[in-house]
Design a protein around this ligand. Sequence first.
Ligand code: C2O
Ligand code: CU
Ligand code: CU
Length: 509
Amino acid sequence: MTMDARRRHFLKAAGASAVTGALSFAPWSNMTALAATTTFTPDVEIELAALPDELQLLPGAPTAVWRYVGRVLKGPADAVQSLPNSYAGPILRLRTGQKVRIRFKNQIRQPSIVHWHGLIVPEQADGHPRHAVPSGGEYVYEFEVRNRAGSYWFHPHPHGDTGTQVYGGLAGLFLVSDDEERAARLPEGERDISIVLADRTFDRSNQLVYESAMGGGMMGGMTGFFGERILANGRPSLSFPSAAGAYRVRLLNGSNSRIYRIARSDRKPLVAIASDGGLLAAPVTKPFLVLGPAERAELWIDFYDASSGSKIALVAEPLDFGGAGMGMMGGMMGRGTRTQTAAPSSFAQFTVGHGAGRQKLPERLATLAPAQIPPGTQRREFALTQGHMRWGINNRTFQMEEVAPDERIRFGDTEVWEFSNRNSMMPMPHPMHIHGVQFRVIERIGTPPDLQGMQAGYLDGGVKDTVLVQPGERVRVLLSFKDYRGLFLYHCHNLVHEDMGMMRNYRVA
Ligand code: C2O
Ligand code: CU
Ligand code: CU
């Protein structure tokens, strides 16, 4: 199928959203929104194109996708690592303190812009939808990597079409390393594995279908998109023959809406070593992990006590509504009913081998003080609200440049933000994400008893940029606006919710 034909299919599948989304970009688009400056000397320069492609993902016909293709223009060759025959990626690898220039070339037929999720960058480099460039356009990013070591990621952020473009294949990991991480002596090289989990639905000719998002009726629009198959780096599963010693497994939930519970097939506990914003203070043992859209976790996995030849998998079990029912439909089907099912996926399969000995799990990983709220800290509440078949925040929806009085922040301040997920006719989890900062989760209040069991799977003790707010909950996070002034976003990372406007600006001045 040609790209044009595929695109028609895709647009049809996406319903009205792609069309209205494209029209709404026009006033903010320029051919080249930002040119490279002469005062900035990058250590690393990368070209990153978003383009249409076809890949053999399933047996039979190839699948038309969009994907990012990167190359290093200046700096170490391993700054860009492509994943063979996968739409996921490429993986970008940078170090804290490096100055990077990224030339984004938009070669898909929709306006687009790239956001570096979790990275703390100036507003001009944050990929705000007002900076979207049209098809054929280019955007130049220049920033210094300020974050600590961790597994960050990047994806498109045009208003109204983020879900469509991420679903089409545009997402990659942005891995940052630093001296503290190096001192922790974690597994490296082929023992450092990155896995992007995402759910997709394919039609009979192996083409992607995104119909539930806007075109799937009112319930589909309000709940999100739930694909029929869970993929790992765009493949049905990944295998690691002859695994021995220890692995560092980085996981990103790159799904538009779906939440996963992740566990080991042999039911041994998981050892988590990092959350969204990098290493935990020390490894923590978990019966399972719960990862909402955009959340990351890193695991330490070893097989020293498993017998050679045995097979052990990491399994992702879909939790469509975070285990919660969905209001009136919940009454009919019961809480926890999976209304849009996908089978659990053994997405990473290890065959235990002989060889490399056991690598000792470090007792301490990083310096991470317990989160403490300074006296006099400003508090804000953001209610997650339901309007007329539309989600909002404090009863507002996204307007390109709008900032309300309660969204103005003083530069340098530390605040507590409370996301309150109550009073909704349709109880749903919302994975809330804030640009421009990393935060600490302070407390969860009002978690319903039937959702309390899931808390064992959260990495709330770590550094975070996205937090799952369950129905009935109020979640408080601590954050400081000390890096850059400017206009930044906060939003629900269920991309169907985000695209319908469950997103707002805040301004630091
Ligand atoms: Cu990962 Cu504003 O997004
Ligand atoms: Cu972000
Ligand atoms: Cu939401």
